[in-house]
Design a protein around this ligand. Sequence first.
Ligand code: DC
Length: 682
Amino acid sequence: MFSTAFLDLPPLAGAAGTVRLPGSKSISNRVLLLAALASGTTTIHDLLDSDDTRVMLDALRALGCGVVRDAADTTDATDAAGGSTLRVTGLGGQLKPGGALLALFLGNAGTAMRPLTAALSLLGGEFELSGVPRMHERPIGDLVDALTQLGCRIDYLGNPGYPPLRIHPVPHGELMLDTPIRVRGDVSSQFLTALLLALPLAAAGDIVIEVVGELISKPYIEITLNLLARFGIQVRRDGWERFTIPAGSSYSSPGDIHVEADASSASYFIALGAIATGVLGKNGIRIEGVGADSIQGDIRFIDAARQMGALVDSGPNWLEIRRGAWPLKAIDLDANHIPDAAMTLAVMALYADGPTTLRNIASWRVKETDRIDAMANELRKLGAAVEAGPDFIRVHPLAQAGWRPASIRTYDDHRVAMCFSLAAFNPAGVPVRMLDPHCVAKTFPDYFETLFSVAEAAEVPVICIDGPTASGKGTLAAEVARLLGYHYLDSGSLYRVTGLAMRRAGLTAETQHEAQIAAMAAALPLQFTEGKVLLAGEDVSEDIRTEAAGMDASRVSTLPAVRAALLALQQRFRELPGLVADGRDMGTVIFPDATLKVFLTASAAQRAERRHKQLISKGISTTLDSLRSDLEARDARDSSRSVAPLKPAQDARHLDNSQLSIEQSIDQVLDWWQEIQPFKPA
Ligand code: DC
């Protein structure tokens, strides 16, 4: 996940390959609640692991449900492919007695707040439900009205009609369940879903729910009914106005249940298949985990994508998408049935042959943010003409010359971030900056990594930080990489690992072994994970940092064949979204076309002092004078050696950090970086 302040997407040229998507948020949170209300244990496969499911799980644990994550279960093919398994032992419809007031924090998860409000009002017990400030602006009054109508006791702790809420217990005998319960269906379908999921708790007799107003987002109600049926509750439906929970309904666990991949998350990759050309002779995007027969309403996004020109094939649990019509075809669509996925259409509209209109989307205004305003604002920043009203948005396509590099505000809304990433495929070749990219954690923590696994950039940005030994380039480069969300290449470690491999093979850095060492270097089974360096799976991070390993590295680094062998390996680190590389020849030999080159120096006296402090803190005794003369000798050798001598690239910016703190050096490099980016402040 990217937890950086912003993430720059370089212009993307094409995309092809297979993605496996995380589980559906809507299914995951419904299944979790049903499993919690049922008796017995439910094993849930491929559950979504994200912010919204985490708050639901925390709430269920607090209520006394057993929750066990089953990492070891990889016998099932689906799980082995990356999903996780969770076992939830339910309450059997009843709270453990003797509970004091329980305060539950539900973040910004509507799929937790609404159903839990209904379920907890019927379970008996004192509860306080709250969330982030935006959650306290998202309406819940219609649901609370419906529940109070039947005798539940719920107080508003802040503004009437909005969370936070206080829920008091009411004996089921006092509830008025023999008259139909009326609930509004035209603000959020989650109110009806909440009642449908919770009312079986009190179904001594038939319970009838009547919908007032035109029911929106009907497909989400279908998911609710489908999952209730899997838990043994057969709701009778008369049109979309009247629902009956039969007398004697009770939740029974299906034992095992699989969560489909999220169809709304799939929309970004369906759009990607429709927009992107192939790469390296490969064509199309394959999505694993969800097919056209999905129970999720947002799967109907494929119809809209087809209308716009996408070629979509599907089988059991998979989709394949290729570019068809280009430019895409403009559409005029009532998008009420796919409110979440329709945001993706608004960005696809930029690549269409005329204005695209999405209608009947008033619910966008009460989601994670006011999505109509958010989409209109950010699309305009890209250069697009947009018209918007209370319940519609019209987006005009962008000609090549019309695209602007933009810093996209994401409004703490995962879907804004995900759909705007598609703007990086613009024909003008302008980059797109995504502010607060971590908001995707709500439903798809690895969204950008997944995008980068199939997308190709014409040019992946590289920042090179070269300089002499002990100049602090390693610390600086690693920190700049972290702040930009870029990959980091510590090229010295490659020479160190090669030196180690050489020693272990009983070789020395002599000309007669050069070819053999170079062959080893070219095929190093090397991995960098979580700050560790692994050689053939063995953690060698400590072994390569010794003085002896430094000497071996310095010796192998003078062999031209070894340098040549490591060239391709180093260049392979240049991956999306970008790379910061440090070493002596990054800007001169390995990445001569780097976007920014920094040559970092400090006076020999300063460097000796820093190294001295470092060694003393490790308990190694040494003198300042000997360190300084060592450094000066090494500088002389490094700059005069015949292969890749240490020298600044001609176009490098010089940074003497003798008088600078590490923070000041970082700020300077980031300032230089921002200077050459085309983005205006957000
Ligand atoms: O940066 P370091 O101390 O980990 O580097 C170890 C040795 O590898 C050093 O003696 C020089 C050599 N090296 C090199 O020649 N070229 C690089 N790009 C990086 C390191």
